[in-house]
Design a protein around this ligand. Structure first.
Ligand SMILES: Cc1cc2nc3c(=O)[nH]c(=O)nc-3n(C[C@H](O)[C@H](O)[C@H](O)COP(=O)(O)O)c2cc1C
Ligand SMILES: Nc1ncnc2c1ncn2[C@@H]1O[C@H](COP(=O)(O)OP(=O)(O)OP(=O)(O)O)[C@@H](O)[C@H]1O
Length: 308
């Protein structure tokens, strides 16, 4: 997959384009990607046109954390078969582009767009004036086809990244996962921790440090599924700052992978959160923490046996 970022210089031809933030990479987004892949088989290049930061941050100066970071989204899109992923700089000038100019100057001229796939409530261009009506008008005078996908609803409401972000913040991981294509995950390299896990606590852990912009569910212990080098494992993960351990505090994801004994420092792993077990706690001793971690691991084993 070609990943275009930090530049406004690109030139493509014969593309089928999807437009949006695609933060949650959820089941609604997957309907759009299905179309892209369908037209890819007919000779187009499948392109996702997105922005380098959530537009709300720029327009309302609000800090919105993301479900998936740039790295995670790139990984998921490339696995989905997308050919081109553009994170266009969301500059002041870009935010002021009229929707007609955006379609003509960027989508038609620079993207070489032949087909555009959007959800039925899509909004784009200055003040989000661009919509399906305007695209239908433009389709008459310009050389592209418009495909409009009705918004997917599940459990009585439209599937959206906003809904998933709220569920994650409330700790409703299983409800969030129902709306997502694959369960909420953290993807990144395994880094060195304090080396207490294996030797002192009797439980080795693979440590990841998520980007500060990444939204995480409440601190706590979660049953997890791990992917490493294409193979699937199960485990138990702690999200939080390890209040029992002295020293500098930062948010981390620590995973004990069941029945796994390889050295994976600096290797990339994907940790999917499947089920919330308990809050992260400050224990009075490392022994007490170790006893609880062993109980958590037993719980994960039984949970996986029962549910997978
Ligand atoms: C299943 C599990 C549960 C955990 N629960 C807690 C907890 O409640 N409180 C806490 O301070 N640390 C908790 N941790 C984090 C441990 O403190 C951490 O894994 C341990 O200190 C080893 O860290 P290290 O890899 O940096 O040496 C948990 C870790 C795991 C794998
Ligand atoms: N539930 C859905 N069903 C079908 N298409 C969708 C759905 N949600 C979003 N889309 C479409 O996917 C594209 C990208 O949308 P966008 O990233 O704004 O989605 P979103 O998840 O609704 O985001 P947010 O909740 O942050 O506004 C748009 O064309 C949008 O209309």
């Amino acid at each position: 997959m070609e990943y275009i970022h930090d530049t406004e210089k690109f030139q493509f031809h014969n593309t089928v384009v999807a437009l949006g933030k695609f933060d949650g990479m959820h089941k609604g987004h997957q309907l759009i990607f299905d179309k892209l892949i369908q037209y890819k088989k007919e000779g187009c290049k499948a392109a996702v046109f997105s922005f380098d930061r959530p537009p709300m941050n720029m327009l309302k100066h609000k800090d919105v954390s993301v479900i998936y970071t740039h790295v995670e989204k790139t990984k998921l899109l490339s696995e989905r078969g997308i050919d081109i992923y553009i994170e266009h700089p969301f500059t002041e000038a870009f935010s002021r582009l009229q929707p007609e100019d955006f379609v003509k100057e960027i989508l038609l001229k620079k993207m070489g767009m032949k087909i555009l796939v959007v959800g039925d409530d899509c909004g784009f261009g200055y003040k989000r004036r661009g919509n399906v009506e305007l695209l239908k008008q433009m389709e008459k005078d310009h050389d592209f086809r418009l495909i409009v996908i009705p918004k997917l609803e599940l459990n009585g409401a439209i599937v959206s990244s906003t809904r998933i972000r709220s569920l994650l913040k409330e700790g409703k991981i299983e409800e969030a996962n129902v709306l997502m294509d694959t369960p909420f995950m953290i993807y990144g390299p395994v880094v060195h921790g304090n080396h207490l896990g294996k030797e002192v606590l009797g439980i080795p852990t693979a440590n990841q440090v998520p980007d500060s912009e990444k939204l995480l569910p409440p601190n706590g212990v979660y049953v997890s599924r791990i992917y490493y080098k294409g193979r699937q494992y199960y485990g138990i993960s702690n999200i939080g700052t390890k209040p029992t351990i002295e020293g500098k505090k930062h948010m981390g994801v620590e995973t004990y992978i069941l029945d796994f004994h390889k050295d994976i420092y600096h290797k990339e792993i994907r940790v999917e959160l499947l089920h919330y077990k308990r809050p992260e706690m400050k224990f009075e001793s490392l022994d007490a923490l170790s006893r609880q971690m062993h109980k958590d691991a037993d719980f994960a084993r039984k949970y996986v046996e029962k549910n997978f």
